[in-house]
Design a protein around this ligand. Structure first.
Ligand code: GLY
Length: 371
């Protein structure tokens, strides 16, 4: 069964389709969006190798001309160099504004191809076919596109909404367990920030989701996308409620920065640990009941996600002041003050601006960071 989730953004409205078999039927979903019967698939070396021909064949069956651009797999492609290279290859193919870019991959491909689409000839349409759980439930929906610079991640980018998102659940069957857990951190985050019933459902069904049970996965992805769509519709440019999607991200960002933004600690794992810390910090500040912080920790642990500093790589050498310095550099920081997404309870997050570093430092030390 295919579920359709509308993202109600007026003349930029689009649908997210969630279900099995969407890649093989991509042609029928894409053709109505085409001015010309021409697309360029942008994919990476991993996804392209395993699934590229299948997607190209599906589009060709629908009478759509296809070119494929493959970028190297990995975060390094999300750079000015990667963007220049991709833009040049799009220009060499003489792509024009009536054509369409298909971003086919995980978050890196979606962010890079989406940003290229935002600026290529001042903007060209694109669609997202996300191939990781994390991209399906988060980065492919909502129009944030960006590249990294040596000064930080996602600092140069644009809001550019896709025309369609196809979240094919079949493709998740080949995802390594660690990648599934990373995506699951973003799934359960939706429960933590705004839907206590969904959180409770995940406490009972998380194992089935992670094991790839089709019904459980369909519900988890669809509910996550529904929540993201609702929030983005209300606050497309992150002036208010959209910031709640950053639950766990300020702590997580600091942990990623200290561990080198790489394989040692993946983004989803950092978000998981960050959510556990955000709930414990909220409890310590008296905002949130201890029992909620304990439930959050339990649910993340059950998914094999780290929840405490001592479970992280370099567990013994996190320094409180260094972590706080990274938090200050997070692009969500405003005017030197620290902004956190904290929680009143499971299902009710809030944005706390101007958080005082002193109790934060005490908290980090209580978590095992060095003073
Ligand atoms: N990933 C957070 C957002 O899209 O706002």
């Amino acid at each position: 069964m295919i579920r359709t989730i509308p993202v109600g953004l007026g003349d930029r409205a689009y649908d997210v389709l969630v279900g099995p078999g969407l890649i093989d039927r991509a042609g029928e979903h894409i053709v109505p969006l085409l001015k010309n019967r021409r697309t360029v698939i942008v994919t990476d070396s991993n996804v392209g190798e395993h699934h590229g021909e299948r997607l190209a064949a599906a589009l060709e069956r629908a009478g759509v001309a296809v070119d494929v651009i493959t970028v190297p797999a990995g975060e390094a492609s999300k750079s000015f160099e990667g963007l220049a290279d991709l833009s040049d290859r799009l220009l060499a193919l003489e792509l024009d504004r009536g054509d369409l870019i298909v971003a086919f991959g995980g978050g890196v491909v979606g962010d890079l191809a989406g940003f290229a689409a935002a600026i290529y000839k001042r903007g060209i349409d694109f669609i997202q076919i996300p191939t990781s759980l994390l991209a399906q439930v988060d980065s492919s929906v909502g129009g944030k596109t960006a590249i990294d610079t040596p000064r930080g991640k996602n600092l140069i980018g644009a809001f550019h909404q896709p025309r369609l998102v196809l979240a094919d659940l079949d493709i998740l069957a080949t995802l390594p367990a660690r990648e599934m857990a990373c995506g699951y951190a973003e799934v359960i985050k939706y429960g933590m920030l705004g839907d206590p019933a969904f959180f409770a459902w995940l406490e009972g069904n998380g194992e089935a989701v992670l094991a790839g049970d089709v019904e459980a996965l369909a519900h988890a992805v669809a509910r996550s996308v529904e929540m993201k769509a609702e929030i983005v519709t209300e606050d497309e440019r992150e002036q208010g409620r959209r910031a709640l999607l950053n639950l766990g991200h300020t702590f997580g960002h600091a942990l990623e920065a200290e561990t080198g933004f790489g394989e040692a600690l993946k983004h989803g794992e950092a978000v998981g640990a960050g959510c556990a810390m955000a709930f414990r910090f909220s409890a310590r500040l008296g905002l949130c009941p201890d029992i909620d912080a304990a439930r959050v920790e339990g649910a993340l642990k059950a998914a094999g996600l780290p929840t405490r500093l001592d479970a992280l790589p370099q567990g013994a050498s996190f320094h409180a002041d260094r972590l706080i310095a990274h938090m200050g550099q997070d692009k969500k920081a405003e005017g030197g003050k620290l902004t956190f997404v904290l929680a009143r309870r499971i299902g009710e997050a809030l944005t706390a601006k101007g958080v005082d570093p002193a109790p934060l430092r005490d908290f980090l030390i209580s978590e095992g960071a060095l003073s």
